[in-house]
Ligand binder design. Structure first.
Ligand code: CP
Length: 306
């Protein structure tokens, strides 16, 4: 059970709550692999998907997850909604609540927007990514993918390289991985490393080799070109040469270390194409984990109101 009405981030969740989501997510993933897509956990419930930013994976997997659980699903296109007429987030939330919706899944460019919405509405609010703050279901699907391979996350070393400063995925991963007993090393140009992240438990490294040394998992993070307001690095080519992960650098990680990336990937920048498509890549597996873990989150939040 998730104690809160909403899932706003992994910072407020306990290790036990995260483990419960992962256990149920693993069951759902096995069922999906058996082709089971007609369930009834959310029968009679409605889920609104309200995205103020672009998405392929998160939007689609939430929609599929809700449908596989038997819910009614509505996608709101912000571009054609009353948001474009100046309606505030709070008023949009009140309107969706008045229609007796049970869940609102929100992605928003402003950190804290899901929390504001959650305070305003009776519906369960799920944060599908808010600015540079958190992306809790992405981190949960990453953990599910690791748990499937390793059995447990305790004692693992996860190396995270890329645009950590702008990354909500990095922050949710760090919060959750520390709670589950994993080590997290990080490497990025100093301009893409947020101040204070070492105080949150990350091991900040001075080289790719140091970050990858004995790592069980190597996670690349997308260079978020849309959030770069200044020249944080000279060019994508130079980023790839000095900060990207390639086969030579990967030799410092444990043999068979998993390659992960939340997507979308800038091929040849964060990771070489050979690694993205290689045997130890779990990038496509992460996508199916996303459907399963979102099914688990919806099911457990739904239980909370009973
Ligand atoms: N990882 C992720 O959030 O991808 P989308 O932006 O495609 O949803």
């Amino acid at each position: 059970m998730i104690a809160s009405k909403d899932l706003l981030g992994l910072c407020p969740l306990s290790a036990e709550e995260i483990e419960e989501i992962l256990s149920l997510g693993l069951e759902f993933k096995k069922a999906l692999k058996r082709g089971e897509k007609n369930r009834s956990e959310l029968a009679g419930k409605s889920v609104v998907i309200l995205f103020y930013e672009n998405s392929t994976r998160t939007r689609t997997s939430f929609e599929l997850a809700a449908k596989f659980l038997g819910a009614h699903v509505v996608n709101i296109s912000v571009a054609t909604s009353s948001v474009r007429k100046g309606e505030t987030l709070v008023d949009t939330g009140k309107t969706l609540d008045a229609m007796k919706n049970d869940f609102i899944v929100i992605r928003h460019p402003a950190g804290g927007a899901p929390r504001l919405l959650a305070k305003t509405v009776k519906a369960h609010v799920i944060n599908a990514g808010d600015g540079m703050n958190e992306h809790p279901t992405q981190a949960l699907l990453d953990f599910l993918t690791m748990k499937e391979h390793f059995g447990s996350l305790g004692g693992l070393k996860v190396a995270i390289l890329g645009d950590i400063r702008h990354s909500r995925v990095a922050k949710s991963n760090l919060y959750g991985l520390k709670k589950l007993g994993a080590r997290v090393s990080m490497y990025a140009p100093r301009t893409l490393m947020p101040a204070g992240i070492d105080d949150m438990g990350a091991e900040i490294c001075r080289s790719r080799e140091e970050a990858l040394a004995d790592a069980d998992v190597v996670m690349g993070l997308r260079i978020q070109l849309e959030r770069q307001h200044a020249g944080n690095f000279p060019s994508l080519g130079e980023y790839a040469k000095y900060y990207g992960v390639n086969a030579d650098v990967l030799k410092f990680a444990k043999p068979g270390a998993l390659i992960m990336h939340p997507g979308p990937v800038n091929r040849g920048v964060e990771l070489t194409s050979a690694l993205i498509d290689g045997d130890t890549s779990r990038i496509e597996e992460q996508v199916l984990s996303g459907v399963a873990v979102r099914m688990a989150v919806l099911t457990l939040l739904n239980k909370e109101v009973v």
